[in-house]
Write a protein that binds this ligand. Structure first.
Ligand SMILES: Nc1ncnc2c1ncn2[C@@H]1O[C@H](COP(=O)(O)OP(=O)(O)OP(=O)(O)O)[C@@H](O)[C@H]1O
Length: 883
């Protein structure tokens, strides 16, 4: 107790929380940074009773944190249990905005032998008294957190004690028409499932609650299948046909469910079954009955409400209170008002419980060998039927929901991917629950501020439980922890969450927000009525927090004013939001433009560097290509020069050889040339793919042209040879004295023909020279063309020389002819004067030379033998070309 202020330290802490809430936006409720966390880490040792402290103090000094409800909520569970209020009283409390806090129990499970052996017992968890727990950090012994609960159930608490302290009152409320939720929360392996469901004869809260409910209802169950809930609070009576249809539908559903579950059981080898929960049964009626009887006997030990006694408080309450009867909505089997009806309804509920348990998914994790991998929710609804005329409402439903939440755990500790995914889902839904509770607490503690949206719709779990947090019923929480030092961090987080839950009060979340309206009116300079002011003052005097009132405390004018103000407020906020949106859009656009400009700049830089790189690459490629082309053409030119030289040499040789030209001797360079030609042909094939294929083909055409010219030259040479031989023959013939003038004229004719042929040959050679010149132009290589021209000039010279020789021959022939004429004249004179010995006139004389000797190799001719008229190929070729 802080003597100076007269306020308990925990009260001061809660005030600090409220202040923090005013300035801080809602944050992760499980993180150290959230509002509760800021309060939790107040160092009360350094400044007991101080309003604010710093984290620095908390780390340097002994860290003792307090979490407790403020003074108004000091009624703990026990006080509430002692203060047994009737339904009327409780109802009115809710109506006028109940201030009763949510009950939060803490259950600590005992350490197991294996955990003790592992050295988990390090005194982390220390129960100070029945309501206060100290949690010490095993790593930093000075760090201590203090939490206060409605009641702490220590490790030695039995299941029956647990039921008595937590569930008994809840069951009573449900039987009296209230809706109640009990849920467990905690780290994995902290004993949540054990608390809710129990094991074997150590039955948990849920089975005990069922036994208690049906025990109290014994003898008061109605035959119900002809009643069906239409809306939440309305029930409709079914016709006979509808009842039969309902029964048929239920039977088929039961069979389907039974089939699917037995299939699942077979598939999983009889292990736990997961799947959709629903109605249906898998166990025989006898086994259900046996279990129920077992449980009844268990409950009998400590529960005076068991059905067998029949004298329990429930029975009394029913008799003394308004006559009511209850039936479970799940009940389909026609029941009577006696024991069979109870048995059927209980069996049905028990069956559903068993199915739910089978459908719950369990798996082995690093923390727990049989860890729940899904939340499990069991709901029991009771329809209360009041005889008509006794009350305003003839029917009323109440609901008991017990929720065994899956344990929070660190995802990264999971070894398998599947477990990690499950842990992630579990944590997400638990986180949503925590966010909802934080938002609810914020709305309750800041009634004059705009309420936060409670994110019930963010998770299926919170959607199902939403009603209990928004005024349809009440919730109660059991926090389970284990005292293991290894799970200290997770335990601390769970306790922090429970600390937030302890500050919740029951009541509808969506109210008229009177305090908010008042603050609005005040802020707009409008006076509230005397009534409202008085109530406000009273409320402020009664409790430190602003309490929710009723709109009836305002005058109608005030309400109209408030509506106007609210309209303006809505308009203002809308404008504010639009402004904000425009600003955000502008900012986003600006940022986007910046990003785009940066990207553009980067792209252009990249483009430029790419361009430079490409240029360099292509320049290199062009250089390489140029070098290769240069090499290739140099080689080509060399080869051509060699070829021309060789041709020139051949021509020279043929010119030197004159008429006796023979086949050119093998050129010593020929092998090298053929080698080169071969390589060039192979290289040309490889080169053909390159861009210089046209040049290569031009070179080849020149080479072909050259070889053609060479062939023609060879032909000319051979024709010249033939001609020379022919001329020689003619010379031989001419040297012989031809007695007849016919012979002379024949020779003359032949000579003329020879001259004509020579002229044609000359023309032909000139044409060939022109061809060579055109080939040279095609080749575009002046050096080799010059040489070719020289060669042709040489060839021309040779031909001119041959021409000259022919001219000389012609002269000689003229002389011969004159000589022959003289001889002919002489012969005629001799004929006229016959000699004593006539000279032989046979043709044999033609074979003899001028000295009368026969010329070797001279053809045997008769004086009358004709010169063959057949044209030689030498003469034909030029003519053909001329055509
Ligand atoms: N009060 C207790 N007394 C004795 N044993 C307990 C108690 N609470 C829990 N246990 C044992 O501790 C083990 C873990 O309990 P349980 O499976 O209920 O944890 P859980 O919180 O439901 O875990 P999870 O969230 O992983 O499902 C079980 O073997 C259970 O029998």
């Amino acid at each position: 107790m802080n003597v100076e202020t007269g306020i308990a330290p925990h009260q001061v802490v809660v005030v600090a929380v409220a202040m923090a809430l005013r300035v801080a936006p809602p944050r992760d409720p499980l993180s150290d940074e959230e509002e509760g966390g800021a309060a939790v880490f107040e160092s009360t040792a350094a400044n007991p009773g101080g309003v604010a402290g710093s984290r620095r103090c908390a780390t340097t000094l002994h860290e003792i944190s307090n979490i407790c409800a403020p003074a108004v909520a000091q009624t703990n569970g026990r006080e509430m249990e002692q203060r047994k209020v009737g339904p009327d009283e409780r109802g009115s409390g809710e109506e006028d905005g109940s201030t009763e806090r949510v009950r939060v129990y803490l259950r600590i499970r005992p350490l197991m032998d294996v955990e003790k052996e592992r050295g988990e017992e390090q005194g982390c968890v220390c129960v100070q008294d029945e309501e206060t727990l100290l949690l010490r950090d095993p790593r930093v012994s000075q760090s201590v957190h203090k939490f206060t609960f409605t009641q702490i159930l220590g490790p030695g608490t039995t299941q029956q004690e647990c039921f008595d302290r937590t569930m008994k009152e809840t069951v009573r409320d449900v039987l009296q028409g209230e809706s109640r939720l009990l849920y467990t929360y905690g780290v994995s392996n902290s004993g949540k499932t054990y608390t809710v469901q129990g094991t074997g004869r150590e039955a948990g809260l849920l089975p005990r609650a069922l036994v208690s409910v049906f025990g109290r209802l014994q003898g008061r169950l109605y035959d119900s299948p002809d009643l069906k809930p239409a809306l939440r609070e309305e029930v409709r009576r079914l016709t006979g046909a509808e009842v039969r249809a309902e029964e048929a539908r239920r039977d088929s559903l039961l069979k389907e469910e039974e089939g699917s579950i037995s299939q699942n059981s077979r598939r999983r080898g009889g292990a736990s079954v997961s799947g959709d929960s629903g109605i249906g049964g898998v166990s025989s009626g006898s086994s259900i009955t046996t279990e129920l009887e077992d449980l009844d006997s268990v409950c009998l030990d400590g529960d005076a409400l068991s059905h067998s006694g029949g004298e329990g408080p429930a029975h009394t309450a029913v008799e003394s209170g308004p006559p009511c009867a209850c039936a479970t909505i799940a009940t389909a089997t026609p029941t009577s008002k006696t024991s069979p009806g109870y048995r059927c309804a209980a069996e049905e509920a028990w069956k559903v419980l068993r199915i739910g348990r089978r459908n719950q998914s369990f798996a082995s994790t690093h923390l727990n060998l049989a860890s729940s991998r899904s939340h499990s929710i069991f709901s029991l609804r009771l329809l209360h039927i009041h005889p008509e005329g006794e009350r305003g409402h003839s029917t009323q439903t109440s609901e008991l929901t017990v929720c065994d939440l899956a344990g929070s755990e660190r995802c990264k500790d999971q070894r398998s991917g599947e477990r990690m995914k499950e842990a992630n889902n579990i944590n997400t839904s638990l986180h949503t629950l925590a966010r909802c509770i934080t938002a609810l607490r914020h709305n309750q503690s800041n009634r004059s501020r705009l309420p936060l949206v409670v994110p019930f719709r963010d998770s299926k779990l919170t959607r199902v439980l939403q009603g209990f947090f928004s005024g349809r019923g009440r919730s109660c929480m059991v926090v389970n922890i284990n005292p293991c030092s290894s799970t200290y961090d997770e335990t601390l987080q769970a306790l922090k969450f429970s600390a937030i839950a302890t500050q919740l009060v029951h009541g509808p979340s969506a109210k008229t927000h009177v305090a908010y309206i008042q603050s609005l009116l005040r802020s707009h300079g409008l006076q509230t009525s005397e009534n409202a002011r008085e109530e406000e003052e009273e409320g402020a005097g009664e409790c430190s927090q602003e309490e929710e009132g009723d709109v009836t405390m305002f005058d109608p004018e005030e309400l109209i004013c408030a509506i106007e103000v609210l309209k303006k407020e809505v308009q203002r906020q809308r404008e504010e939001k639009e402004e904000l949106e425009a600003r955000v859009r502008e900012q986003v656009c600006g940022e986007m433009m910046e990003v785009i400009a940066r990207m553009e700049h980067d792209f252009s830089e990249t483009l430029e560097s790419e361009r430079v790189l490409m240029e360099e690459r292509h320049e290199n490629k062009i250089n390489n290509l140029q070098k290769s082309l240069k090499r290739f053409y140099t080689q080509e030119i060399q080869d051509r020069d060699e070829q021309i030289e060789r041709l020139a040499a051949e021509l020279r040789r043929s010119a030197e050889a004159g008429s006796g030209v023979s086949a050119a001797p093998p050129d010593p360079e020929t092998p090298r040339l053929s080698r080169r030609q071969a390589s060039s042909s192979s290289s040309s094939s490889s080169f053909s793919s390159s861009s210089s294929s046209s040049s290569s083909s031009a070179c080849f055409s020149v080479a072909e042209e050259l070889s053609r010219v060479q062939a023609e030259l060879d032909q000319c040479r051979s024709e010249l040879l033939g001609k020379t031989q022919e001329l020689r023959r003619y010379q031989g013939l001419l040297s012989l004295p031809t007695p007849s003038s016919t012979l002379t004229s024949t020779v003359e004719r032949k000579l003329e023909e020879g001259q004509r042929c020579l002229r044609k040959l000359r023309l032909d050679l000139q044409g060939m020279g022109r061809d060579l010149q055109s080939a040279e132009r095609t080749c575009c290589h002046s050096t080799s063309g010059e040489r070719l021209r020289l060669t042709l000039a040489n060839a021309d010279n040779t031909l001119a020389k041959q021409d000259q020789a022919l001219g000389e021959l012609q002269n000689s022939l003229l002389l011969v002819k004159m000589d022959l004429r003289k001889k002919t004249d002489r012969l005629a004179q001799l004929k006229a004067t016959p000699p004593p010995h006539a000279p032989p006139t046979s043709c044999a004389g033609a074979k003899e030379g001028p000295g009368g000797r026969t010329r070797p190799g001279a053809p045997k001719t008769t004086p009358n033998s004709k010169v063959p008229t057949k044209r030689l190929p030498f003469l034909r070729t030029p003519l053909c070309r001329a055509h």
